[in-house]
Design a protein around this ligand. Sequence first.
Ligand code: NAD
Ligand code: TDX
Length: 365
Amino acid sequence: MAIGNGKDDGRPTWIVTGGAGFIGSNFVHKVRRENRARVVTFDLLTYAGNRDNLLSLEGDPDHLFVRGDIRDSPAVSALLSEIRPTGLFHFAAESHVDRSIENPGEFVSTNVTGTFVLLDAALRYWEREGRGKGFRFLHVSTDEVYGSLSPSDPPFTERTPYAPNSPYAASKAASDHLVRAYFHTYGLPVVTTNCSNNYGPWQFPEKLIPTVILSALEGRPIPLYGDGENIRDWIFVEDHCDGVLAAFDRGREGETYAIGAGNPKTNRALIETLCKILDRLASRTGRSARELVTAVPDRPGHDRRYEIDAARSRTELGWTPAHSFEEALEKTVRWYLANRSWWEALRARYDGSRQGIGRKQGEGK
Ligand code: NAD
Ligand code: TDX
C-alpha cells in the first residue's frame, strides 16, 4: 500500500473514513486542493459511497483509495500500521434517518460498532507510535444527537443534553459517547464536531435538497413530509469541512464543537426558495416547480426543529462560514445541472421512489 510515490518527505498523511460519501468526498477534495496532507480514503462503498465522487483525483499520487469496512478490525489495524497517519477523520456512517427507521440494525452495526473498532485500533496505533507523531482522531457527528427543539428553546450548544430520537441519532450519540470515553479513559486525543444539515455537490439523492432538485428536473412529485413546518439549520458542505479542519488544527482534545451557519428554515420555505431558483435556471415548461410539491405522510418521530449556536467554534477555533445561504444554494442547483451524468448514473442504478433511491430496482418493497 503506497502513497506519495512511497517517499516519506515529512508531509502529513491522513486517513479519511467515508471519503467516497457526500461530505467525506468534499473534504478529500478540499484537503487535496489545498495540499494540506496526503489522503488515504477508506470506504466500503455502500449504496451511499461512490468512486465517481473522487474521479478527478485519479492520477493524484498523494491520494489513495482503499475499499474496506470500518468494522473489520484486522483491516483497520493493518491500514493504520502501514499508513502511519497523523490524523484520522471519521466520516463513515449510515447517515439517512428514513433508512434508520426501516433498518436500525445496520445503523448500530456501522455507527456504533464501526466507531468502536476504529477507536480501539487507533488507540493501539497511538500508544505504539501515533503519540510521537501528534496523531489526532477527528470524529464527525451531527446535531441530531441533541433531539428536537421547541419553538421557544434556545439553539443547541455543546452543553445541550443528549436526547436522540431516531435510531440514526441514537447510533451517532452512542458513537460520540464512545469517542468521549476513549479520551477520558485512555487519553486518546480525540475531537468531535456536531454539525447541522449539509448541502452541496455529491449529496446522495435521498436527502431533501437533492430530492427537490432532481424531482423538479424530472417532473416528479416533490415529497413534503407532514405539515412542512419542521425546521433544519442549513450549512454549505465546504463550510462544514472548514470547521472540521479548524477543529482538528485548533480544537481542544476531548472537546466537542457545534458547527452551524445560522440558516434555520422550515422545509416548506426551503423548498419554495429552491423552486424559485429552479424556475429561473431550469424551467422547461414555463410551469413552476412549486406545482410538484406534494404533501406525503410524515416521518415517524420526526424532529420538529434543529438550530445550532456555533459561538464556541467561532471563538475557540476562529472558524466562520464563508458562504451565504442563497448563493451556496444556487451554486448547488447549478452543480446538479452541470453534473447530470453523475446523478443519472445513480438513477439508473437505483430506484428513485420516496425513501427508496438507495434500494436497487426490484429490491425491498
Ligand atoms: P453519506 O451517507 O453520504 O456517506 C457515508 C459514507 O460512508 C459512504 O461513502 C459509505 O460508503 C461509507 N460507509 C458506510 N459504512 C461504512 C463502513 N462500514 N465502512 C467504511 N465506509 C462506510 O454520509 P454524509 O452525509 O457524507 O455524512 C458523513 C458523516 O457526517 C456521517 O458521520 C454523518 O453522520 C455526519 N453528518 C452528516 C450531516 C449531513 O447533513 N449529511 C450533518 C452532520 C453530520
Ligand atoms: O423527501 C423529503 N421530504 C421532506 O420533507 C425528505 C428526504 C426529507 N424531508 C424533510 C425531513 C426533514 O425535516 O426534510 C428535512 C431534511 O430531511 P433529510 O434530508 O432526510 O435530513 P435530516 O433528517 O434532517 O438529517 C440530515 O441532517 C443531519 C442528514 O441526513 C443527517 O445525516 C445529518 O446528521
